[in-house]
Design a protein around this ligand. Structure first.
Ligand code: HEC
Ligand code: HEC
Length: 465
């Protein structure tokens, strides 16, 4: 709450003289404001805007302590249509929730939305009918009430943007957790999935119902999965790592578990089941490497999500690019020199030809990241680096990343190699390495860009210049 009750009382008292005159049988703007708008302003509950905006904007932001000031502030921002009060912009903003394609979400916020709408409709209509109010002088720009954050920040904190980013950065990596945590990806008819089916039924037989339930991390849809991760994080008992750790993304159970080794066996040779929340062992064993491309994208998403829900973004410059799009295309660097340490993650960037056709473009088209394997290889699936994709959720769902392939046509490319020699990624796992860590570049000729590790596009570290 921005204003104390004391301030509100004073302003309200001094106001009565302005629009105290009631038309017979009707409430005055002031009465409506005090009875119906102020309670919204004072409520601890977020307004119905939270249906789509996780932070950065709330209906309360538009309300000032007095009816008169609130009206003038909305009027001066073009959010009041004096000729047709029912079409006023502020009402349209409240009605946005009706247009949410997510029916469940529409329903959850319906009651709140209807109450807000009825209150604002009545109050706006009464204000517009009041000549004195209509003709009040304009407020100075700094007196106008609205969200403090820039539009770009508000858009970034939208739920649909967060879900879209989740699809690209987390949901896209789920097959690394197949089949144990992805029951909906198993196709009973597929002969290649018979082993997966066996694994699942073994879990169902051997694990407690509770633990078997906890294995169902990736649900049928990204939305349900995200909902589950959020709820389970909120329910994490004291001392347990939450699924998504908002204070330190690297300490999220979702990434710690697949980085952990398989537990010891008991006397009968059965794996000892880890205590709930114990991230030092994982019955699924090592399924991810610190600083591989999945680790990076999952951490980047959790960090961004944490900042959104905690309202930490205030300026446009703080917003991450959020332009990674997953693909199944693989780039591989072979014969990595012995003097590159396995502890130092490597980033590989794909550059196309420049517009002049006489060299390579400055901006990369795609990247991947990984650590050096015992066979002196670095490889990983590519993330395309595009414009921020507003509707890539739909595009991705339609083609499961295949549409992305079209953006890398067959041909010659340059691979630029960066080695994290200064511990940049230990401090900021989502970071991109910069010129100081560039160790060389090589031409990748006649790349065909087919999906899967079997068809990796390969360059030899010996060719780096
Ligand atoms: C059904 C979803 C939904 C609801 C509910 C919703 N908004 Fe929005 N809002 C959006 C979308 C979508 C955008 C971004 C439009 C874009 O990216 O161009 C947006 C953007 C905004 C912006 C930034 C300016 C702009 O036009 O991009 C403001 C301010 C805003 N909304 C205010 C509100 C307020 C206040 C409420 C509650 C009274 C609200 N919204 C409720 C979907 C919603
Ligand atoms: C071969 C099967 C298998 C694979 C593959 C696997 N896991 Fe697991 N995972 C398990 C089992 C069994 C448990 C339950 C026992 C435990 O906590 O280790 C578990 C537990 C977890 C938990 C704790 C769940 C909870 O609510 O307590 C998380 C988080 C997790 N895994 C994440 C992952 C991620 C992410 C991946 C993929 C990158 C992955 N696992 C791959 C078998 C697997």
């Amino acid at each position: 709450m921005k204003w104390g009750t004391r301030v509100i009382c004073i302003v309200v008292l001094s106001m009565t003289s302005v629009s105290g005159a009631a038309e017979d049988g009707n409430s005055t703007p002031l009465e409506l404001f005090n009875q119906r708008i102020l309670p919204i302003f004072r409520s601890e509950q977020p307004s119905s805007c939270v249906q789509c905006h996780l932070s950065s904007v709330d209906l309360k932001d538009y309300i000032l302590p007095s009816s008169e000031q609130t009206f003038v502030s909305l009027r001066d921002q073009g959010l009041i249509d004096m000729a047709a009060p029912a079409d006023s912009g502020i009402l349209k903003l409240i009605r946005m929730g009706d247009r949410d394609p997510d029916a469940g979400s529409r329903l959850i916020h319906e009651e709140m939305r209807k109450a807000e709408l009825a209150a604002f409709e009545a109050w706006v209509a009464a204000c517009c009918a009041d000549r004195q109010l209509r003709e009040l002088p304009r407020l100075a720009p700094e007196q106008l009430a609205g969200p403090a954050a820039a539009d770009a920040v508000i858009r970034h904190a939208r739920k649909s943007r967060v879900v879209d980013s989740f699809v690209r950065n987390v949901w896209s990596q789920r097959m690394r957790c197949f089949p144990c945590h992805t029951p909906h990806e198993i196709d009973v008819e597929n002969p290649l999935h018979q082993a997966a089916l066996k694994t699942q039924s073994k879990f169902r037989e051997e694990l407690s119902e509770e633990l078997y339930g906890r294995l169902q991390i990736f649900r049928k849809t990204p939305e349900e999965t995200l909902q589950y991760l959020i709820e389970r994080s909120a329910a994490a008992p004291q001392g347990h790592l939450p699924m998504l750790n908002l204070t330190d993304a690297t300490q999220s159970l979702l990434v710690r578990k697949p980085l952990a080794k398989i537990p010891e066996k008991d006397a009968a040779g059965k794996l000892l089941i880890p205590a709930e929340g114990d991230a030092t062992v994982h019955m699924g064993g090592l399924k991810m490497h610190p600083d591989d491309q999945s680790y990076k994208s999952i951490i980047a998403w959790i960090q961004d999500y944490a900042k959104v829900v905690q309202g930490e973004y205030t300026a446009v410059e703080q917003l991450p690019q959020d332009n990674w799009r997953p693909t199944g295309l693989v780039v591989r660097l072979m014969e990595v020199p012995e003097d590159w340490s396995a502890e130092q993650p490597v980033q590989l960037f794909v550059h196309g030809r420049n517009a002049e056709g006489n060299g390579w473009a400055v901006e990369p088209l795609a990247f991947t990241q990984g650590t050096i394997t015992p066979r002196r290889i670095v490889n990983g699936t590519l993330f395309l680096l595009g414009e921020q994709q507003r509707d890539s959720h739909a595009a991705y769902a339609a083609g499961d990343g295949k549409a992305a392939t079209a953006l890398l046509p067959p041909g010659d490319y340059q691979i630029r190699v960066f080695v994290d020699r200064h511990g940049v990624l230990a401090k900021d796992p989502a970071a991109m390495l910069t010129a100081g860590d560039h160790v060389g570049s090589a031409v990748l000729s006649k790349a065909r860009w087919r999906e899967g590790f079997k068809f990796a596009e390969t360059v030899n570290a010996g060719k780096l210049e």
